[in-house]
Design a protein around this ligand. Structure first.
Ligand SMILES: Cc1cc2nc3c(=O)[nH]c(=O)nc-3n(C[C@H](O)[C@H](O)[C@H](O)COP(=O)(O)OP(=O)(O)OC[C@H]3O[C@@H](n4cnc5c(N)ncnc54)[C@H](O)[C@@H]3O)c2cc1C
Length: 743
């Protein structure tokens, strides 16, 4: 940093410290202003120009130094100078002060910030170059962020100073007017009756509704801008066109048809999408077969002498296809046509915000539509590891066509899909090596959960290589070898097949998003607002193509919002609700979670208490020879409100449902504890976890008091002993049983 910069920073810091150290903030309170109003009015009466100049200078200083007080000063301007002059003075003073703050930020910080974060800021810089004035105008009109933050942040961008000045002045004008107007009314309050005067109430109502009106104006301007270059058709063939017939697309079309909208569902492959053909359904069918095998091997545990299971891998895979075929009619063209959906097999391409071209076997056709819902899904991601693409790795798309069991299988990836399939193939007899570069499998779960899964996998002879980075794939003398690296050491893993399960990437190219300029997020999903609208308010997206979760149940959850907002958003729009999202990984043991786990609570600085119940103690689990696992519940400190639950054990995915329902409907652990659960079931574990929580709430004072009370009832002790415990009971907040851990 140059000397001049250091000097400026030192002066500014000194001024700001002085402001707080000498408590100058109390001069900028409404109470102080009211107490001095008569004096100020007197001075203003005799020295109008000086008053305006002094006020202007103080206002500029306050905004330039980014210290609190501008809002109160704006109200004061109305009280002292009236609506017209007050607005003029504040409008110029605030714009000038803001520009000074902007320049300071630019002079002191911009170079360093752009140098340090140039790569990450490239997108923002390009956006500012293209649309900077509009962004700024929006931020000024709808004060979503404090103005001082906007001044400082804009200083770091390439926005021109003059542009910053005039856009700020224009953007803040409406808000300034509303505030100054409210100030004119404040001047008139001199009694409680004044507070209830109609003029003041109107002024404050304006103050309250201003952000909403401004937001609406911004939305209208934005949407006019975005649609400006397109010609809107005079009439629409459809209410909604849905692109992609996976979980998200099918549910969107179903809802639209149910409310008698004219809906066309376009699918380029097969109705049903990933879940039916390459995802949930085949994987769960394969897991069932593999689990049977694994359980047969445990026959002795159940009192059998032995149980021999012979199988043919090809037949197991055929069974998987049979399951798919059995479920297929649920998602068929016939069913959806009967429901009122116009189904078209073809490749969809968005040509304009209101028209979609469909390339079918019979030729191309174009339909106009009021709304579009993009539900184009995702595909397996193949990382750019040298040599990997050349060996044509298996993915969750292609693994289902295997009919010969790979003797040596490498599974790349330790997420849910990698874990489920690694265990299946190991149980079916492949020698499986699972490679994960993170320090554990299922990294989103708590450490003890990941460790339990790793222990189980290793017990099943899966070679789990965590903290190993795949470097390259080579083929030597016809043998395929994966080279992995950990702590600077390379290991070579020969294999017959490699299953790549390192994540899924949204399908965002090739069907018109580029043409319309629909933005994509950094995680390469379609960018949406909370109503699931893209940059074009009549184009929505749902499911894997949009994230943030990539599950079938979240795809259909989003589909409801996309369909309802598209068809009825003109009257009422719904913000997508991700507050209670459950998921499960169907390994054995299963891992299921809803809400926060400890790791996330810490990351988000959410205070919590945690209670654990060991499934090894549950009668039913013992009877089933499955006495292992854990129910772990996070609650808000001092309350039974559930922040999250993780279950690891048999049927964890099913057991989670009770916690999902409880969280969704605000039922705490006391309610679960007060519910009769059938004996002996695994479901009782929820009640026992709630019981463990309840016991942890008992304080030593309560225990002492109850002991004294019961002693009195047995006439072993006098009433004085009971009463003597009362102060301790009221005072003692200590827990007799400390919860598992605390933040
Ligand atoms: C192995 C595996 C196991 C899984 N297990 C589970 C699980 O147990 N539980 C769970 O909840 N989730 C699971 N998932 C995730 C789940 O499958 C997905 O989240 C879900 O299928 C997403 O649905 P979708 O509608 O968003 O996308 P998709 O099902 O991918 O559907 C998108 C459709 O759009 C079509 N399409 C794309 N572009 C066009 C175009 N231009 N024109 C016409 N059609 C187009 C595609 O052909 C595709 O059919 C699993 C996934 C995998 C891979």
């Amino acid at each position: 940093m140059t000397k001049s910069r250091i000097l400026i920073v030192a002066v500014l810091v000194a001024l700001v410290i002085a402001f707080f150290a000498f408590d100058l903030g109390h001069f900028f309170t409404l109470a102080y202003f009211k107490s001095q109003q008569a004096v100020i009015d007197d001075y203003h009466g005799s020295h109008p120009a000086q008053t305006a100049a002094i006020f202007f200078a103080i206002y500029v200083a306050v905004t330039a130094l980014s210290i609190p007080g501008a809002a109160v000063m704006t109200l004061a301007a109305g009280a002292i100078f009236g609506l017209a002059w007050g607005t003029v003075i504040v409008s110029f003073a605030s714009s000038l002060g803001a520009t000074l703050a902007f320049l300071v930020s630019r002079f002191v910080l911009r170079e360093a910030v752009q140098h340090r974060f140039g790569g990450q800021l490239a997108g923002i810089n390009a956006g500012i170059a293209r649309d900077g004035p509009f962004y700024l105008f929006t931020l000024r009109l709808v004060p979503a962020f404090p103005f001082f933050v906007i001044n400082l942040a804009m200083g770091l961008t390439p926005l021109r100073t003059w542009t910053f000045y005039w856009v700020s002045q224009l953007g803040m004008l409406a808000g300034t007017l509303v505030y100054v107007n409210a100030g004119t009314e404040i001047a008139k309050i001199d009694s409680l009756r004044g507070i209830l005067s109609p003029a003041l109430l109107v002024s404050f109502t304006l103050l309250g509704i201003f952000p909403l009106v401004a937001k609406r104006i911004v939305a209208t301007v934005k949407s006019r801008r975005i649609y400006a270059k397109w010609t809107k058709p005079a009439h629409f063939d459809r209410n909604v066109i849905v692109i992609g017939a996976g979980s998200a697309g099918l549910v969107t079309a179903y809802i639209a048809a149910a409310v008698k909208a004219k809906v066309t569902l376009i699918e380029k492959h097969r109705l049903g999408g990933d879940c039916l053909y390459t995802g949930c359904v085949p994987s769960k069918a394969l897991i069932r077969s593999a689990k049977f095998l694994a359980h047969a091997r445990r026959a002795r545990e159940l009192g059998m002498t032995s149980a021999e299971v012979k199988f043919d891998f090809a037949q197991v895979m055929e069974r998987v296809q049979r399951v798919v075929t059995t479920i297929e009619p649920h998602d068929s063209i016939e069913r959806y046509t009967k429901l009122g959906v116009d189904c078209i097999i073809g490749d969809a391409k968005i040509m304009s915000p209101w028209s979609v071209e469909i390339a079918t076997a019979a030729g191309a056709r174009t339909l106009t539509t009021k709304n579009i819902v993009i539900a184009a899904g995702a595909r397996p991601f193949i990382p750019p590891i040298p040599g990997l693409a050349e060996i044509n790795p298996l993915t969750s798309d292609s693994v289902w066509s295997l009919r010969k069991l790979p003797a040596r299988l490498v599974v790349l990836g330790g997420g849910p899909i990698g874990c489920e399939l690694a265990q299946c193939f190991a149980r079916l007899g492949s020698q499986v090596t699972q490679v994960e570069m993170a320090p554990r499998l299922l990294v989103r779960e708590d450490l003890e959960i990941s460790e339990t899964v790793i222990r189980q996998f290793r017990a099943e002879s899966i070679s789990v290589l965590i903290g190993h980075k795949a470097r390259k794939v080579v083929v030597e003398n016809g043998e395929k070898i994966l080279v992995v690296e950990t702590a600077g050491n390379e290991t070579r893993i020969p294999f017959d097949e490699l299953l790549c399960a390192v994540g899924r990437v949204a399908n965002t190219a090739g069907y018109g998003l580029e043409n319309l300029g629909i933005p994509i997020t950094q995680t390469r999903t379609v960018e949406l607002n909370e109503y699931l609208q893209t940059a074009y308010p009549n184009i929505y997206a749902a499911g894997d193509v949009a994230g943030p979760y990539q599950f079938t149940h979240t795809a259909s959850h989003m589909a409801w919002y996309a369909a309802v907002n598209a068809l009825f958003g003109r009257f009422k729009r719904f913000k997508v609700d991700y507050t209670v999202v459950p998921w499960a990984t169907f390994t054995e043991p299963e891992v299921a979670r809803v809400g926060l786990n400890e790791q996330e609570a810490r990351e988000k600085s959410v205070a919590y208490e945690v209670v654990k119940y060991d499934l090894g103690e549950l009668d039913r689990a013992i009877a089933d020879e499955d006495a292992h696992g854990l129910v772990k519940v996070l609650t808000a400190p001092g309350s039974d409100r559930i922040l999250g639950a993780t279950i690891i054990g048999e049927h964890a995915g099913d057991l989670l449902a009770e916690f999902v329902l409880a969280m969704k409907h605000g039922l705490g652990l006391n309610k679960i504890l007060g519910t009769i659960h059938t004996y002996p079931t695994l479901a009782e574990s929820a009640k026992y976890a709630a019981g463990a929580w309840k016991r942890a709430q008992v304080t030593q004072g309560q225990v002492d008091f109850l002991a004294a009370f019961n002693a009195y009832m047995r006439e072993d002790a006098g009433l004085g002993s009971v009463m003597g415990r009362l102060p301790g009971l009221l005072r003692d907040k200590r827990r007799a049983y400390a919860p598992g851990s605390k933040t």
